[in-house]
Write a protein that binds this ligand. Structure first.
Ligand code: SF4
Ligand code: SF4
Length: 246
């Protein structure tokens, strides 16, 4: 499978379908996804084509009152739960369920965009390693989506280890606990953001100082505490040889 739907665990990602554009908390996201799934199962018949647009119109009307973080970002009502245990989220009109390769044309984005889009983290050469880590950290699909969509933070983490002269193996193995802690800290602030995964990264993090300044602005005191611990464990940072071969 892929970062969107990992093989292991009971989590998946739906960030690029616009879920986080709605100003809700985690339990409200889950309730919304449950409502959509229940209504979809009750009203959409894959053999009856007009049942798709009717569902979409009905959900768009019902969800119109939910405040948005960005009025220009669409939140697709076809995102719902796609497993029996209601833990994995995904596209309820994906061809794998409907049997129709073009069924996502009933959505705002349409089949070609829905099927062609891959976010930066999914495109990364480290995607499998990030996927394993995020499955380990996330306690549900909401957290997994926050982590997967946040490609700028993930890139900053890569640059932090690279500028500190640690390689990929060290980052994912030797410092796995520290790495997990960084992302857990990130989850505390994630819901303030409107993660779609389309965000453009204007900062290439050319220096360690640039990465640290980004983390300080994103994580505040949590970052300073993490950094303090990190420096105690790694007093000679920058003097260790190694390469960040991606
Ligand atoms: S944001 Fe990335 S990982 Fe998440 S569903 Fe979209 S493409 Fe997949
Ligand atoms: S139709 Fe497209 S945007 Fe909507 S849930 Fe499916 S993949 Fe996401």
């Amino acid at each position: 499978m892929s970062l969107c739907h990992p093989n292991r665990g009971n989590v998946s990602c739906g960030a690029c379908c616009g879920l986080f554009n709605l100003k809700l908390n985690t339990s409200e996201y889950k309730n919304l996804l449950l409502d959509r799934t229940t209504e979809f199962k009750k009203t959409v018949n894959f053999e009856v084509r007009h049942s798709f647009p009717m569902y979409r119109k009905d959900r768009e009307t019902k969800e119109a009152h939910i405040p948005k973080k960005d009025e220009m970002t669409y939140n697709c009502p076809f995102l719902g739960y796609v497993d029996d245990t209601k833990q994995r989220i995904g596209c309820m009109i994906h061809p794998i369920f409907t049997g129709d390769p073009k069924s996502q044309n009933f959505s705002f984005y349409g089949t070609s965009i829905c099927q062609a889009y891959d976010c930066k983290t999914k495109e990364s050469t480290l995607a499998d390693l990030w996927e394993n880590l995020f499955v380990e950290i996330a306690k549900d699909s909401i957290e997994f989506s926050f982590l997967s969509a946040d490609h700028i933070f993930t890139y900053a983490v890569e640059k932090f280890f690279s500028h500190s002269n640690w390689n990929v193996e060290s980052m994912f193995n030797t410092f796995r606990l520290e790495l997990m802690e960084l992302f857990r800290m990130r989850l505390i602030t994630s819901n303030r953001k409107n993660f779609t995964s389309f965000e453009i990264n204007y900062d290439v993090f050319l220096t360690l100082e640039a990465v640290e300044s980004y983390f300080e602005s994103e994580l505040g005191m949590d970052w300073l505490r993490w950094k303090d611990e990190w420096e105690k464990k790694n007093p000679n940072r920058g003097e260790v040889s190694g390469s960040f071969d991606k």
